[in-house]
Design a protein around this ligand. Structure first.
Ligand SMILES: [Zn+2]
Length: 346
């Protein structure tokens, strides 16, 4: 089978290769992969960025996948041939004694792993997944749309559990990448008024996508007035909630300027540079500064619901590539030419 595999701990050291179809262990299911999204973390791993040292030197990438069961291991009871599934990306084997399992936040357990970074993932024709980490695709959802379940679950975790967004709230999402856009959709589905900001570089593709799906947008960065000035015409007192999804250290450091007193800032991006924060400014406005990381099963179920509601426009938010075009898909993602690249692996 074809698989997009990293072959060394070096920048861009990955290629499409032919490897044998894996054989499922007793507790595993063999999936024929339908679609697999390219995530920001795949790009970081591919570019061998700081913070991704734990990624195996030799591994098949891909954790945002949907597929169909073709074979099950001996101990697998609840999956049969033809079942459609999505994979839980951050995997922690359930343990009653694990504080994070008890809190229903297994993604925070030190025992967690990411399939597609720490074991072979789904940028391939087939993948073996432990049955514990598979969820059935609900009726009425296509496998293509289902490939967005993982990133949408990450947005749902952020909006549901790490902000207190409700109807009538004003929200600014900084960064029109896929996680930013999905957070915006997730906030809007709760009745909030949402603005998305991006830079000149985002204008051609990502900000225009945001506008097409009905969001007001703001362009920031050189030659443009600062965000806190521009936001005044929309939210005179500042936003209730600021979601930082761009990964820009400066955007996070300056976020307090665009938020009203007693508001919330939630960082959901990964920052390749340290953030120099004047915490006194946050303190004087009593801004609640939070982070949000990954998602758990409940968030996947919320994501299924939102996907089924028809709020996610695949045509606008995603661009499809064949698995044979995976290198182009990575390059175009790196150059911000697409909001979300999805590989057709069938
Ligand atoms: Zn992801």
């Amino acid at each position: 089978m074809k698989a997009f595999r990293r072959y060394a701990k070096k920048e861009r050291a990955a290629q499409l290769v032919d490897i044998p179809i894996p054989f499922p262990k007793d507790n595993e299911v063999l999936l024929k992969v339908s679609y697999c999204g390219i995530c920001g973390s795949d790009l970081h791993a591919w570019l061998n960025h700081k913070g991704y040292e734990s990624v195996l030197p030799v591994v098949t990438f891909g954790h945002e996948l949907s597929g169909t069961v073709v074979e099950s291991g001996k101990a697998v009871k609840d999956w049969k041939e033809g079942d459609k599934a999505v994979m839980i990306a951050l995997q922690t084997h359930h343990d009653e004694n694990d504080r994070y399992c008890k809190l229903d936040l297994p993604q925070l357990s030190p025992r967690r792993r990411v399939q597609g970074l720490h074991l072979d993932g789904g940028m391939a024709e087939y993948v073996c997944v432990e049955s514990e980490f598979l969820l059935p695709v609900p009726a009425g959802l296509t496998l293509e749309l289902a490939a967005l379940t993982e990133p949408l679950s990450v947005a749902e975790h952020c909006i549901e559990n790490r902000t207190s967004i409700n109807a009538n709230n004003s929200v600014i999402v900084s960064g029109p990448g896929i996680i930013g856009q999905l957070c915006a959709i997730s906030a809007r589905s709760r009745g909030a008024d949402v603005l998305i900001s991006g830079t000149e570089k985002d204008k051609a593709s990502r900000l225009s996508a945001a506008e097409k799906i009905g969001f007001k947008t703001i362009v920031v960065g050189s030659n443009n007035p600062p965000l806190e000035k521009q936001i005044k015409s929309f939210y005179p007192e500042g936003a209730d909630v600021f979601i930082e999804a761009s990964g820009s250290s400066l955007a996070l450091a300056e976020s307090w300027r665009s938020v009203r007193p007693n508001g919330t800032v939630t960082a959901i991006a990964l920052y390749s540079r340290n953030v120099d924060i004047d915490i006194t400014q946050f303190l004087r406005k009593q801004i609640d500064l939070r982070t949000s990381y990954a998602s758990s099963k409940k968030d996947y179920f919320r994501a299924f619901k939102l996907l089924k509601s028809g709020e996610i426009d695949l045509e606008i938010l995603t661009q499809k590539y064949l698995l044979s075009g995976v290198e182009e898909a990575f390059r175009n993602s790196e150059e911000l030419k697409v909001t979300k690249a999805i590989l057709d692996c069938a």
